[in-house]
Design a protein around this ligand. Structure first.
Ligand SMILES: NC(=O)c1ccc[n+]([C@@H]2O[C@H](COP(=O)([O-])OP(=O)(O)OC[C@H]3O[C@@H](n4cnc5c(N)ncnc54)[C@H](OP(=O)(O)O)[C@@H]3O)[C@@H](O)[C@H]2O)c1
Length: 451
């Protein structure tokens, strides 16, 4: 039997790995490759298949499966739609295209009777898309929480390591690692993109939460409706003092690990979906998640009957991602070979294109944790903060001032206010009011993750 014809759109980090992986698979053959720079240096085996015209690859009648790995959110989405429209099964690693254009893509795939493989969009080499998609058929997902961005996890891990290593050094502030330096190190090691904005502002995690939520709750959620904070965005950033407060025995003594979490939970009629830095108890029910370090990813998923499922693995990088792409390709190819060929629905089932409406309102969900802000050493500043908290009906448990970290001539110092459970929207109003206080900087809320 003739091998199944494959067309690659993109031959970058992932594409090269997919190409070399698929060369060892007898059931498939890569016939054409589209890229922008056709004259770029490449091995002869790639060069002879390359064209600048992606459409000619999509239209090639000898090709059954198109693999879109361009990394271009807009064009990539159009390629996916064009290839589905021409009756080709389509595999992609493009999380933004899948998350944002989900309804169009899934509706068209259903209409045209072709498969869409997108395992590589979430969790690199971890089979999380399969786990959620297959799980959903038999059981009701109650919630899931994931560490879905290896770049952020690496940065947070390095910042923590520096603090823990120099914990009792009297010059701890000088020995600590600022977020910018940890990010530069991640870029040097290839764990962060040259432009890391989408990773550190939480958007990458937001697209992944959208994709998993669409599968878990069997309907579409617009990523723009997902509450999203990053480890550094327009409004806030993680500081080295945060790790000192979290890990020094004088303060929280390592009770919590700080992670960028993507969370979905059935809180009412509609699930709430959110991305934010979260404190995860190291000795509690989510201890497995708290222990995920370096550039690893993980997902914990709770089903009504099944209970907890936990998956950990490498969430990015050419090899793990190529394996996920290849597993979709092989699943579809096997189905194509055992049926009557392209145009028949093969491989992974096409998910629902049903609109799920807006997610539940996170403002009303009660959360608890610590509010950090940095203030000059002036009289009355704490009274003003406590007054704001009282006005917003947010109860205070304790206030801790971190004297080991002092910034500038005005002796700015971070403090951490522990609060009782309160509606998340009310806590965010407190942060806004803190930000308006004269001299007060960097207000940020560290929510304790509880599912
Ligand atoms: N890197 C990871 O660890 C990782 C993990 C999970 C998912 N992904 C996803 O995998 C995809 C590919 O990532 P990558 O790291 O391989 O990207 P990359 O190294 O930048 O490669 C992109 C490739 O696509 C080609 N390309 C870009 N725009 C194109 C267009 N409009 N038409 C035709 N070809 C085009 C480029 O052509 P030239 O070579 O000629 O410039 C290049 O070959 C992205 O969607 C990314 O989000 C990556």
């Amino acid at each position: 039997m003739e091998p199944v014809g494959i067309g690659l759109l993109g031959i970058g980090n992932i594409g090269k790995e997919v190409f070399s992986y698929l060369r060892g698979v007898p059931d498939v053959r890569v016939l054409r490759i589209a890229r922008r720079r056709v004259n770029a240096p490449a091995p002869a085996a790639i060069k002879k298949l390359v064209t600048r015209r992606a459409q000619s690859v999509i239209d090639d009648p000898a090709i059954d499966i198109i693999v879109e790995i361009t990394g271009d959110a807009e064009r990539g989405a159009q390629y996916i739609l064009d290839s589905i429209d021409s009756g080709k099964h389509t595999v992609t690693a493009n999380k933004e295209a899948i998350a944002v254009r989900w309804r169009e893509i899934m509706a068209l795939a259903r209409k045209r009777g072709v498969s869409v493989g997108f395992e590589a969009t979430v969790g690199g080499g971890m089979p999380v898309v399969r786990a959620v998609q297959r799980h959903d058929a038999n059981d009701e997902v109650q919630n899931f929480a994931g560490i879905l961005n290896g770049t952020c996890n690496f940065i947070l891990g390095r910042m923590k390591e520096y603090i823990v290593r120099h914990m009792d050094d009297p010059h701890i502030q000088k020995r600590s690692l600022p977020l910018e330096d940890a990010l530069a190190e991640a870029q040097r090691l290839g764990y962060a993109e040259p432009d890391p904005t989408m990773d550190i502002n939480g958007f990458d995690t937001k697209f992944k939460v959208a994709i998993l939520a669409n599968l878990a709750f069997d309907s579409y959620f617009d990523p723009n409706d997902i509450y999203c904070e990053g480890i550094r965005d327009l409004n806030q950033r993680i500081l080295a003092s945060d790790f000192y407060f979290l890990h020094h025995q004088r303060y929280l003594g390592g009770k919590y690990a700080l992670k960028l979490a993507g969370v979905a939970e059935r809180t009412g009629r509609r699930p709430t979906l959110r991305v934010h830095p979260a404190l995860i108890e190291t000795d509690g029910p989510l201890a497995d998640l708290a222990a995920v370090d370096q550039n690893f990813n993980a997902l914990t998923l709770n089903g009504r009957r099944l209970g907890t499922q936990f998956i950990k693995g490498l969430g990015a990088g050419p090899k793990p991602t190529a394996i996920s792409v290849a597993s979709d390709v092989r699943e579809i190819a096997a189905a194509v070979l055992s049926s009557s060929g392209a145009g028949t629905n093969a491989g992974p089932p096409v998910p629902s294109a049903r609109r799920g409406g807006a997610p539940g309102n996170f403002d009303r969900v009660k959360t608890r944790g610590f509010i950090r802000s940095v203030s000059p050493d002036v009289k009355g500043i704490y009274a003003k903060k406590l007054d704001i908290l009282a006005r917003h009906k947010v109860n205070v448990q304790s206030v801790v001032n971190i004297k080991e970290f002092v910034y500038g001539r005005d002796r700015y110092m971070p403090d951490y206010i522990e609060i009782d459970p309160a509606p998340d929207g009310a806590v965010r109003d407190v942060l806004k009011a803190f930000g308006r206080l004269r001299g007060v900087r960097d207000p940020m809320y560290f929510r304790i993750l509880e599912l």
